[in-house]
Design a protein around this ligand. Structure first.
Ligand SMILES: [Zn+2]
Ligand SMILES: [Zn+2]
Length: 328
């Protein structure tokens, strides 16, 4: 049987040569849905290069070591049978999109079907896979009705991340709407526990966090969402501690940052009430990290020159990847 008669693994009903092969040979998908389908086909046909070249540098899946990354993808392809792709939902707005789908696959004759809500982001003319919410089996609860409420993130190198943000005069409906979109944006990022307005291109004094809850065994869980409007910090404890911090605007790079153990925060909540609290531990760290964002400060500014020198090359590469969409 010739190649043209083979049905495309993406279940479009078309021949591979008239479907995903076009994308695998270099054509850019106009819609994120086509990227999603062609990535499924690439997994089915064991084409790790395509997966790597269409993964956003901000994706948690992104690996600097391309060799071992491609080998991992290849192993997954070889160990799985791709039986069927079922697209449940597709939303696209300007440079962002989500696709919810069921991938019917089996591994060693065991059913390994999963449902995923994938998020995509466009840089220049090209769509990239950014992240995904996974659940095993059929999980239609990953489908949300209504419009896509994601906001584009500002990444390392963008001037808005360096500006001191403006105070908020009134809590308006637009502000409430922005906060809802910030919550969805934070949730769409794997490991997102905090997000400041400048990170979504709004230079105003606002941030949200998922209050970290510390267990007795020292592990952390993401708790309820809290909103901080016009926050002010005071009375930092003299005692400090160091911990590794990541940042959604500086994906893949973590820094050891020293911060006070406790601090007092004054802020306005979403109901317009003025609140004063003493916070400590991870909650305090998370608040101080987000507060830095509205002052135009990033984690990479909080490390000593020796540590900074160690990450300088990765940082420059990241900036190139994020702004030129370049593959390095
Ligand atoms: Zn296809
Ligand atoms: Zn951050």
């Amino acid at each position: 049987m010739s190649d043209t008669q083979n049905l495309c693994p993406c279940c479009s009903g078309k021949a591979y040569a008239q479907c995903c092969k076009l994308f695998h040979s270099g054509r850019l998908p106009i819609h994120a849905l086509d990227l999603m389908r062609s990535r499924y086909s690439a997994y089915a046909l064991n084409l790790p290069d395509y997966i790597v070249s269409t993964t956003h540098p901000a994706s948690p899946q992104y690996m600097d070591n391309k060799f071992s990354w491609k080998r991992k993808i290849s192993q997954f392809s070889k160990n799985s049978s791709f039986l069927k792709l079922e697209v449940l939902d597709f939303k696209e707005r300007e440079t962002l999109a989500s696709v919810t789908f069921i991938a019917h696959i089996s591994q060693e004759d065991q059913d390994a079907t999963f449902t995923e809500k994938s998020y995509f982001e466009k840089m220049g003319e090209k769509w990239f896979y950014r992240s995904g919410e996974l659940s095993s089996g059929h999980a239609p609860n990953l489908v949300t009705t209504g419009q896509l409420r994601l906001l584009p993130l500002a990444y390392y190198g963008e001037p808005i991340l360096r500006k001191k943000a403006d105070p908020i005069a009134h809590i308006t409906n637009d502000l409430r709407e922005l906060i809802k979109e910030m919550v969805e944006t934070m949730n769409s990022c794997t490991n997102g526990v905090g997000l400041a307005a400048p990170q979504v291109h709004h230079s105003i004094r606002l941030f949200i966090i998922r209050t970290p809850i510390e267990n007795e065994d020292g592990n952390r869980e993401a708790g309820p969402i809290e909103v901080f409007i016009n926050p002010k910090l005071s009375s930092p404890s003299i005692e400090t501690w160091e911990a590794s911090e990541g940042c959604l605007s500086i994906p893949t790079i973590r820094c050891m940052v020293e911060r006070p153990k406790e601090i007092t925060i004054h802020y306005t909540n979403l109901e317009g009430l003025l609140i004063e609290r003493r916070v400590k531990g991870w909650e305090a760290r998370c608040i101080m990290h987000e507060y830095d964002h509205i002052e135009g400060i990033l984690t990479v500014d909080r490390i000593d020159s020796k540590e900074r020198a160690k990450i300088e090359v990765s940082l420059q590469n990241l900036e190139k990847r994020l702004h030129d969409g370049l593959e390095l």
